[in-house]
Design a binder for this molecule. Structure first.
Ligand code: NDP
Length: 288
């Protein structure tokens, strides 16, 4: 078997187009332009790249972008004061504080200061609680993107065995909640899980969100399973340039799975596309 390669890049382009159409429609119907504020504290190079991409894509789909760069030694008071002013600003519909924050700032504390109605990352406990208990939360962007990719090839998730490797607040836990909400039978695996390969072999749907390069091998996979690889890991190569790989050994697992996401080009591109979709949704809710 050679697995179907799920093209996250193409799917993300489709989502961005839908968002751009939604932005035009909202401007026409209500005179409202969705606005996303991105707050970056410090000069972490990876965060700078993420933020640049977010700003570029926000503007490309017709939204307003508010970009705030604060010094690495910004005080808690200054950051909180900025968040309060963004909460109160009617032109800002979504607020994203780029993580990780410098060590002297508590990310939980900062996330809780964001108005849940503008929490387009879906990290505020109000949105997390709604995700698990029912309601209409903002869903964290990476798992939301994974669900869109999954549903594009398997709309019928109910009753399927799903295994999520990883229990972070950003990926693993919300991913598990989304699968449960679709009536999958969900197992959350983590670093203390016994016999992980055997647990994974039960999965009709396997999501890897670990951060261990090419950890998942073909003999962990139930034949015909769908595999979503969230991991982004840089490995060294002979030419010294390095290369990005996921948590799944793509070539090996492709011989057994029914469908698989590549890295790069899988859930990664979907993350920003879903951030834009959440921001449009926040703007729509603000006028309804
Ligand atoms: P975290 O480090 O927060 O969580 C990793 C999880 O993997 C933990 O729950 C940990 O278990 C578990 N784990 C670690 N080692 C093992 C192991 N040997 N066996 C089983 N489980 C293990 O990472 P994130 O969730 O933030 O990110 C996961 C991966 O996804 C990373 O590669 C990251 O770069 C990528 N990522 C990609 C995004 C995108 O596509 N846009 C967005 C966010 C992340 P325990 O809890 O027990 O420690």
């Amino acid at each position: 078997m050679t697995a179907l390669r799920i093209d996250g890049k193409a799917f993300a382009e489709q989502v961005r187009q839908e968002v751009a159409e939604g932005v035009s429609a909202l401007k026409a119907s209500h005179g409202v332009t969705p606005g996303l504020a991105v707050v970056l504290v410090g000069e972490d190079p990876a965060s700078q790249v993420y933020v640049r991409n977010k700003v570029k894509q926000t503007e490309a789909c017709g939204m307003r972008s508010f970009h705030h760069v604060l010094d690495v030694d910004t005080s808690r008071e200054s950051l909180m004061s900025l968040i309060q002013s963004l909460n109160a600003d009617p032109a800002v519909h979504g607020i994203l504080v780029q993580l990780p924050l410098p060590a002297h700032l508590d990310s939980k504390d900062v996330i809780e200061a964001i108005d849940p109605a503008k929490d387009v990352d879906g990290f505020h406990t109000s949105n997390v609680g709604q995700l698990w208990t029912g309601g209409n939360p903002f869903v964290p962007c990476t798992p939301l993107g994974c669900m869109k990719l999954l549903k594009s090839i398997e709309p019928n998730i109910a009753g399927k065995n799903a295994v999520v490797i990883g229990r972070s607040n950003i990926v693993g836990r919300p991913m598990a909640a989304l699968l449960l909400n679709e009536s999958a039978t969900v197992t959350i695996a983590h670093s203390k899980t016994h016999n992980l390969p055997a647990v994974c072999r039960e999965a009709d749907i396997l999501v890897a969100a670990v951060g261990r390069p090419q950890m998942v091998k073909a003999d962990w996979i139930k034949p015909g399973a769908i595999v979503l690889d969230v991991g982004i890991n840089r490995i060294e190569t002979e030419d010294g340039k390095g290369r990005l790989v996921g948590d799944v050994d793509f070539d090996d697992v492709s011989t057994v799975a029914r469908a698989i996401t590549p890295v790069p080009g899988g859930p990664g591109p979907m993350t920003i596309a879903c951030l834009l979709a959440n921001t449009l949704e926040a703007a729509k809710r603000s006028v309804s």
